[in-house]
Write a protein that binds this ligand. Structure first.
Ligand SMILES: [Zn+2]
Length: 165
């Protein structure tokens, strides 16, 4: 919901204070690892975080099991998570097919048919950028990234976008 803030919630809030019905799935995001404790059951270690919203309670970030229970729509919750899982495995596959080389794994040769180009990630002023050099035509990312791996992933996403055009 626009303009709605989620205040930090103390970890010792009792589970029964949280409504057990009437939630709506807002978004699912991939943290890249099991690093989030489900804010409903506190047991699930969550990689795919489901943000759910309730008219009488601030948004909470939970795992698929709790999101399914609270929204009553397990099918939607699982489908959204599966989409992200597929995307993550496509990215893994792309990394395997286009390994980043050099001492710091900052260069990757990309190609399509018999055309090849070179992608580079580099750090400037504490932020990470990718750059593509295709026969002298240079493309640079629009927004700087937090880390080299974020820059690589952003480059990959940009390639997907481009292949759709
Ligand atoms: Zn949970």
């Amino acid at each position: 919901m626009v303009g709605r803030q989620t205040p930090p919630r103390p970890v010792d809030v009792m589970m029964d204070e949280i409504p057990s019905l009437g939630w709506t799935l807002i978004d699912v995001s991939d943290l890249g690892g099991d690093m989030h404790a489900c804010e409903y059951c506190a047991n699930e270690r969550v990689r795919f975080v489901h943000t759910i919203s309730h008219p009488d309670y601030p948004d909470i970030r939970v795992g698929c099991i709790c999101a399914s229970k609270l929204t009553g729509d397990g099918t939607a919750c699982k489908a959204r998570e599966q989409k992200l899982r597929n995307k993550a495995s496509r990215y893994k596959q792309w990394l395997r097919n286009h390994p980043w080389q050099g001492d710091q794994e900052q260069t990757s040769v990309q190609g399509y048919g018999n055309v090849t180009w070179v992608a580079t990630v580099y750090c400037h002023s504490g932020q990470w950028w990718w750059q593509e050099n295709s026969a002298g035509a240079i493309t640079v990312c629009n927004i700087p990234m937090q880390s080299a791996s974020d820059a690589k992933r952003d480059y990959w996403l940009q390639q997907i976008e481009r292949s759709k055009r």
